[in-house]
Write a protein that binds this ligand. Structure first.
Ligand code: ZN
Length: 489
């Protein structure tokens, strides 16, 4: 990174110089998805943000990037840790095995991440694959006196913890406040205090994901997996823990409490959190009907979308904001991102055919310094991109004969753009013709509306023929109560 990298540590609430615990090794743990529904814009953001960190650190260090898959224990209400397991609920609704739900949404998650050119983590551990390790940590916490068992469930004893350690160091939450806020909530009778959280939950007989344990047939609490799996694969303590800002409380706060209670020391040196995406100025929420999945963005199939957007336009859009700022989604913003991305990539293409002169009238080394400086300042990708656009102007005026560049400088600027555009920002020029895809989509929609009319007229021959012929072309039509959907097989 050709200089010192500073990152904002959520724990100290300031920018700190990044110094790995065991150079040249760096360990990163990022909270991955709970795989019970299709990935959306929020997943794109957190994973692109930490992809940039991963890519940038890889230039100088030997990085191990761990991102988990939550496939058990994430209950509906995150604040209270109560309610039904999200995966179990989905399995019941879709009449699937819980592990079928997990596999299905893990596959769509991976597919979307690949389309966004997000690098795979080095290890992707699953909570259900680490039940024994989680039980081991529960035993340690019980032995250390930081947990108690009641009716087959084991809870973390926050009052005991806060006597010796400070709870809320990340989020600034105070135990007293939690006490008043959570007192009235139902279903918490067996806990000593309403803010105690579950390490192990006894399962009801009809609960379809449960494992034997010394305490009951049950399942681990949601927070436990991240403490256990980060420690298992990255050691204790490790360098960087990342995630969305919405996970600071209670998830990351509980992780810190568990790990500290188990080992006697803080588990993580640098905590990093990305801010949220809003949609036309509003919070993204299922209840507001403004949840846009990545597949919908790629296909344009959502009422808030004016068109389909390419994965690279979305990636570029996300990188145009600093990760700690909120980012507002709108059609205009994405359309502008698409144009900006194309302008940048065209300039990269022109680099291959620029005429060289004996000397330069441009300064490549100055540009290079500025690019590194932007990234070293807490991964400031919008500033980096603005410098790359200054370079685009430079490239275009050399191409127009208004400026000159020497052969050496041309080599330098080529490697500069290769490094920052491809390796660091992870942008790529996708060869498939998106215009063609868009047209195909419109033709299919037209056929579906003819089929819809045919069905209304009880003309089953025509409606079946359209379905079969599209099927033969690999276009699968699915009839739902809201009309027909289609997808490529
Ligand atoms: Zn986590």
């Amino acid at each position: 990174m050709s200089n010192k990298l500073f990152i904002y540590n959520s724990l100290s609430r300031k920018k700190e110089e990044f110094q790995p615990l065991n150079p040249p090794f760096v360990g990163i743990y990022v909270c991955g998805p709970t795989v019970y529904s299709n990935p959306h814009l929020g997943h794109a953001r957190v994973n692109i943000v930490f992809d940039i960190l991963f890519r940038y650190l890889k230039l100088d260090y030997k990085v191990r990037y761990v991102r988990n898959i939550t496939d058990v224990g994430h209950l509906e209400n995150e604040e209270t840790g109560e309610g039904e397991d999200r995966i179990v609920k989905k399995a019941r609704q879709e009449q699937l095995e819980p592990m079928e739900v997990v596999q299905k949404y893990m596959n769509t998650f991976h597919k979307s991440m690949h389309r966004l050119n997000i690098l795979d983590p080095d290890i992707e551990p699953r909570a259900s694959g680490h039940i024994i390790e989680q039980q081991e940590m529960v035993k340690v916490l019980l032995d250390n006196g930081y947990a108690y068992e009641v009716n087959g469930s084991v809870y973390f004893d926050m009052e005991r913890y806060s006597k010796e350690h400070k709870y809320g160091i990340l989020s600034g939450r105070v135990l007293e406040e939690l006490k008043t806020n959570t007192r009235e909530l139902e279903g918490q009778d067996e806990k000593r205090n309403s803010f105690d959280f579950a390490l192990w939950k006894k399962a009801s007989p009809e609960h379809i994901m449960q494992w034997p344990s010394p305490w009951s047939d049950g399942f681990p609490g949601w927070h436990l997996e991240c403490s256990v799996m980060s420690m298992k694969y990255l050691g204790d303590p490790f360098d960087i823990h990342g995630g969305g800002m919405d996970l600071q409380f209670p998830h990351h706060e509980c992780e810190i409490a568990q790990s500290t209670a188990a080992t006697g020391r803080q588990p993580v040196k640098y905590w990093m959190h990305n801010n949220m995406i809003t949609i036309n100025g509003q919070k993204m929420a299922r209840s507001l009907n403004n949840f846009i999945t990545l597949d919908e963005l790629f296909s344009g199939d959502h009422k808030l979308l004016e068109q389909a957007y390419s994965p690279m336009a979305i990636r570029f859009f996300i990188l145009q904001a600093h990760y700690r700022s909120t980012l507002d989604f709108s059609n205009e913003a994405l359309q502008a991102a698409q144009k900006g991305f194309e302008r940048l990539m065209k300039a990269v293409e022109i680099l291959g055919v620029l005429p060289v002169s004996d000397s330069s009238t441009v300064s490549v080394s100055e540009l290079k310094d500025k690019c590194y400086k932007a990234m070293n300042d807490d991964l400031n990708t919008p500033v980096l991109i603005s410098h790359l656009f200054v370079g685009v102007k430079m490239i275009n005026s050399i191409n127009d004969g208004k400026k000159k560049i020497s052969a050496d400088d041309l080599d330098d600027i080529k490697s500069l753009y290769n490094l920052f555009v491809y390796d660091v920002l992870g942008l790529e020029w996708v060869e498939t013709d998106e215009k063609d895809d868009e047209l195909t989509g419109k033709v299919i929609e037209a056929l579906l509306s003819i089929r819809h009319e045919a069905k209304l007229n009880k003309d089953w021959t025509t409606s079946d023929r359209i379905r079969d012929e599209l099927g033969a072309l690999g276009i699968i039509i699915k009839d739902t109560k809201d009309g027909a959907n289609w997808e490529k097989s």
